[in-house]
Design a protein around this ligand. Sequence first.
Ligand code: CP
Length: 330
Amino acid sequence: MKNFITTQNWSRSELQDIINFSIELKKNPYQPLLKNKSVALLFLNPSMRTKTSFEIGISELSGTAVLLQPGKDAWSIEFEENIVMDGETEEHVKEVAQVLSSYCDCIAIRAFPKFINWNQERGDSVINSFAKYSTVPVVNMETIEHPCQELAHILTMQEHYGDLQGKNYLLTWTYHPKPLNTAVANSSLLIASKFGMNVKLLCPSEEYHLDDRYINAAKENCSLENTDFEISYDIKSAYSNADIVYAKSWGSLSYYGKPDEQASLNSKYKHFIVDESKMSLTNNAVFSHCLPLRRNVKATDEVMDADYCLAVNEAANRKHVQKSMLTKIL
Ligand code: CP
């Protein structure tokens, strides 16, 4: 039994197999590959793309998806061990994971960090508790990583470029008024480095460095692939010669749990918006973003409407790669 919680314990060739089969599924979407299989989709946070693409994708493979929102249409779940449950939560993950495992063939979870204490939240306790107590595979629909987005990102970039080996990849921070999850940024570093690209991380300052776990993993992946990893604070040099520009906003880990200070710090860096003048510095790069995206805050209308913007293609590819991944693990 293999979970899909992080791409770091999947090899490049295993991930490429998933991507290759997703291309087949894109051509022939309706196949009974998940007939008599059911997947519980647990959303502890909002979603548009993930919810829709999983539910429809499973249906296209003749499987059954059950959408659950603990705390809304299902009982709220406790994740702390050995706790007296006299607060708000109604049942413990130990029972939830076992019961869902008895009904379903897979449990998929979206559980963002709570933005209170990163040292605790970097343990990703919600999904890891499910992995501990479930007897069926567990899939990450975004926690502190977003591996399904990674697959869609690579499929989209390969559709454009073919082989990605040696391409120059830029992950740039962008402004957003709120401190957002680091998951997609963490994932971007993991997958770009795993697929043999030279990876540059552009941050406004050291305060926006991602967790060492992801920086170090990206450095190790790049070292294995004989490519470069660099952190830059200089917009012009970071964009110059990029083949791929991927943008994301994330909250500074230095100010984690301090939303007012975060907002004030973020507001100093509105000029990190992706615009045409920055894109003109690149090697005719393509641009992408995981979506949702605030237009003219994170990227301009001109960038979002340009032919080189592949964000919608990437979102569409979510369905195909997830169908392929589910077929593989089930
Ligand atoms: N990119 C992504 O996961 O979108 P949703 O949050 O809408 O699911």
